[in-house]
Design a protein around this ligand. Structure first.
Ligand SMILES: C[S@@+](CC[C@H](N)C(=O)[O-])C[C@H]1O[C@@H](n2cnc3c(N)ncnc32)[C@H](O)[C@@H]1O
Length: 204
């Protein structure tokens, strides 16, 4: 099956509360978004956001332009249903991040556990091109991926694990690594997954 079909099936078959990546509170994401210094009028996109609660929290903080992109329409449907009337305040994109062209640039690009699924160099290069279309110089990217001692697969798919240096090499010289954080994610089933979170500033 295609990747899109794979993810559509996951979100059709499972409650978003039960998937291994579910977080009751996207604490470190919010903390690092806070560290960007973005003003409430700023624009933020959660790529591969799935049914994450990050969008709810950003709206509650008064962030004015909030977008969520995901390959799986079923994932976005979960989030929209949860948000109810507030869903109308969000830009929704049911698209592949690697071919995404933002209609207007964002201040902050957030990705938790999406880039790490790109196992082919050509896909990663396409992602970085989409990232450069998505944020300009001065914009920031927060990317969270499985750490070198994290799982080798997620949701039945192979992943690439990263430390900050390896991720910085993928993003290239336009992006400067500003901050790295580690998280031990407790899955709903009680397992442990080690993540790294990296905040980058686009410098050129
Ligand atoms: C492990 S989940 C993480 C979801 C969310 N970021 C979170 O932390 O709860 C990975 C998500 O990325 C989406 N995804 C996978 N490949 C993608 C792609 N090429 N473009 C956009 N979304 C993608 C999946 O549908 C899924 O929702």
């Amino acid at each position: 099956v295609s990747h899109r079909e794979h993810w559509e099936r996951i979100y059709a078959a499972h409650s978003p509360l039960d998937v291994s990546w579910h977080q009751a509170e996207p604490r470190l994401s919010l903390e690092l978004i806070g560290r960007t210094g973005m003003v409430p009028g700023g624009a933020v996109i959660d790529v591969g956001g799935g049914a994450s609660l990050l969008v709810d929290r950003l709206l509650a903080q008064g962030q004015r332009r909030v977008a969520v992109l995901d390959l799986a329409e079923n994932a976005l449907a979960h989030a929209r249903r949860r948000l109810g009337a507030r869903a109308a305040e969000v830009e929704w994109y049911a698209q592949d991040v690697t071919t995404f062209s933002a209609p207007a640039r964002f201040d902050v690009w957030h990705d938790r556990a999406v880039f790490h699924f790109l196992t082919r160099a050509a896909e990663r290069e396409a992602y970085v091109r989409a990232l450069r279309r998505g944020i300009g110089v001065g914009g920031q990217a927060i990317i969270a991926a499985f750490a070198p001692d994290g799982p080798v697969r997620c949701s039945g798919l192979d992943v690439v694990r990263y430390d900050g240096g390896a991720l910085a090499r993928e993003l290239g010289a336009e992006f400067r690594l500003e901050e790295s954080r580690a998280e031990s994610h407790r899955t709903p089933a009680g397992g442990e997954q080690r993540f790294g979170y990296f905040r980058f500033l686009r410098v050129a």
